[in-house]
Design a protein around this ligand. Structure first.
Ligand code: HEM
Length: 433
C-alpha cells in the first residue's frame, strides 16, 4: 500500500471516481457477517447501498428538528451525574464517560431509547470494553488476509475468536439486540404501520435497495453498524477535546470566557442549542476542530485501488492496481497546511487562517468523497453541545492525562481523568470512574 502524507493528495485519492471504484481489501469484509456500507468494497454496490440507506435524516436540519431535544435530555442527565461526582469529591473518568454519552445517543437514535450508560453510570453490558478488546484482533484479521481467508474459515476456529449472540454482554449482546429488535419491529410492521418518531432502525427497515427491502442479515448488519461506527468514535472526539483543553489552561480559560460572555448576552439556551454554538461560540468550535485534528478518532488506513491505466497522485505517477491511502493522524500534521506548529494544540489557527475553508476542506477526520462518514452531523452536534455544556458548568483539574490509544483503525482515550467543581451552586471536587 502506498501512503500519502500530504493534504495535497487527499482530493485526488478520495474524489477521483476512477480511484473510488474500489476500496482496498484491508477493510476486512466478511469477518462479522455480510458486507455493510463501510466494508462494501465495490464502488457501484456501495453507491446503491448508500442511496438506499442515506437520506436527509442524516443531515443537521433533521437532527435539529427531530432529535436535538432528546439529546438535550441526555446532556441534562450527564451534567446531573457529573454534579454528583463533584459533590462526592471523586475522580471522574472523563474519557470513558464521554464514550458512554455517545453510546447512549447512538442507542437512542437507533432504537428510540438510550440504553442507560449515563443513567446507570456505567459501560452498559460492557459494550465499550468489549469493542476495545476486539480492536487489535479485527485490525490483525483485516490486514492478514491469509488468516482471514483460511484460518478463520476452518471449522470451529472463527467461533473461538468472534463474539457470540448468546453472550449476555459485549459485542455479542449488541448483535443479539440488533437481531431481536429488527425481528420484533418487522413483526409489528406486518400488523400495522410504525407510529411516532422514526428511529434509524426504522429508516433501515424502510430502505429499498434497487427497489427491494434489505435482507434480514443486511438489516441486522446495518443496525449493528450504527452503534459500532457512532459510539466510541464520537466518544473519543469528546474525550480528546476535553483532554486538550484541561491540559492547556490558557485555551480552557478562553473557551470558558467565550461561553460566559455568550451566556451573559443571553445567547445560550440550557443546554446550548447546536445553532447557538455554531453562531456564538467560534472558539469552542475551533477547539473541537483542533481536538479532532490532532486526535482523529477513526485513524484507519482508508485505502483505494488505482485504476487500470494508473493515475497521478500529488505529482507522482502510480501504476494500476495498487492500494493507495492517506492517514488522518499524519495528514493532519502536514506543516504545509497547518504551519510549523502543526503538532501543537492551538485552536486559534482555525480563526486566524486566511483561508479557513481550505483548512476545513483538508480535514480528513470523517474521510472524504463518496465514502465520507454518514454520521458526521450527529457527531458534530454531540461535540458542539456536550463540550459547551461541560465547560459552562464545571471547572476541571487534570488527574491523569491517560493515553490516546490507536487499535485496529480506531482510537479511544484510556485512563483520562479529572476532578470537577461545579461553577455555580454547591462546589466540590470529585471518583466516578
Ligand atoms: C467523531 C466521530 C466520527 C468519526 C471521526 C467518523 C469517521 C468516519 C470515517 C473516517 C469513515 C470512513 C470513510 C471511508 O471509509 O473512507 C466513516 C464512515 C462511516 N461512519 Fe463515521 N465517524 C464518526 C461518527 C459516526 C457516527 C455518529 C455515525 C452514526 C451512525 C457514523 C456512521 C458511519 C457510517 C455508516 C460510515 C460508512 C459510510 C460509507 O461507507 O458510506 N460515524 N466514519
Amino acid at each position: 500500500m502506498l501512503f500519502f502524507a500530504k493534504s495535497s493528495a487527499l482530493k485526488q485519492i478520495y474524489f477521483d471516481p476512477e480511484l473510488n471504484q474500489r476500496k482496498a481489501s484491508l477493510y476486512g469484509t466478511g469477518i462479522l457477517g455480510p458486507p455493510h456500507l463501510f466494508t462494501t468494497l465495490d464502488g457501484d454496490t456501495h453507491r446503491a447501498l448508500r442511496k438506499a440507506l442515506g437520506g436527509s435524516h442524516w443531515n443537521i436540519g433533521h437532527l435539529k428538528n427531530h432529535w436535538e431535544d432528546n439529546i438535550d435530555d441526555l446532556i441534562r442527565l450527564f451534567i446531573e451525574r457529573l454534579t454528583e461526582c463533584a459533590e462526592r469529591e471523586e475522580t471522574v473518568g472523563l474519557g470513558d464517560r464521554s464514550a458512554w454519552f455517545a453510546a447512549d445517543v447512538m442507542s437512542m437514535l437507533s432504537f428510540g431509547e438510550p440504553w442507560g450508560f449515563i443513567r446507570n453510570d456505567r459501560d452498559e453490558r460492557g459494550i465499550l470494553k468489549s469493542w476495545r478488546e476486539g480492536l487489535d484482533f479485527f485490525g490483525f484479521v483485516g490486514r492478514f488476509k491469509f488468516f482471514q481467508n483460511n484460518i478463520m474459515k476452518l471449522p470451529g476456529i472463527g467461533a473461538l475468536f468472534l463474539p457470540k449472540t448468546t453472550d449476555s454482554s459485549g459485542m455479542g449482546w449488541l448483535i443479539n439486540q440488533a437481531i431481536t429488535q429488527v425481528e420484533s419491529r418487522t413483526q409489528q410492521l406486518a400488523v400495522k404501520e410504525h407510529e411516532g418518531k422514526k428511529d434509524y432502525m426504522q429508516y433501515c427497515l424502510e430502505a429499498r435497495l434497487n427497489g427491494e427491502p434489505l435482507t434480514n442479515v443486511q438489516r441486522v448488519a446495518h443496525v449493528t453498524l450504527l452503534i459500532q461506527a457512532g459510539a466510541d468514535t464520537t466518544g473519543t472526539g469528546l474525550g480528546s477535546t476535553f483532554r486538550f483543553l484541561v491540559s492547556n489552561r490558557d485555551k480552557m480559560k478562553r473557551a470558558a470566557a467565550e461561553i460566559e460572555a455568550a451566556e451573559k448576552a443571553g445567547k445560550l439556551s440550557t443546554p446550548a442549542k447546536y445553532e447557538e454554538v455554531r453562531q456564538h461560540l467560534p472558539y469552542i468550535v475551533a477547539c473541537i476542530k483542533e481536538g479532532l485534528r490532532l486526535n482523529p478518532p477513526a485513524t484507519n488506513l482508508l485505502g483505494r485501488v488505482t485504476p487500470n491505466e494508473g493515475t497521478v497522485i500529488d505529482g507522482y505517477y502510480i501504476p494500476a492496481g495498487l492500494d493507495v491511502t492517506s492517514y488522518a493522524y499524519v495528514v493532519h500534521r502536514d506543516t504545509e497546511s497547518y504551519g510549523p506548529d502543526a503538532e501543537a494544540f492551538r485552536p486559534e489557527r482555525w480563526l486566524e487562517s486566511e483561508s479557513p475553508t481550505m483548512l476545513d476542506s483538508n480535514s480528513f477526520v470523517f474521510g472524504m468523497g463518496a465514502r465520507i462518514c454518514l454520521g458526521k452531523d450527529i457527531a458534530i452536534m454531540e461535540l458542539y453541545k456536550l463540550v459547551t455544556e461541560v465547560i459552562r458548568n464545571f471547572d476541571m483539574e487534570l488527574v491523569n492525562e491517560g493515553k490516546f490509544v490507536v487499535a485496529g483503525g480506531v482510537a479511544y482515550n484510556r485512563d483520562f481523568s479529572v476532578t470537577v467543581t461545579r461553577k455555580t451552586g454547591s462546589a466540590g471536587t470529585s471518583n466516578c470512574e
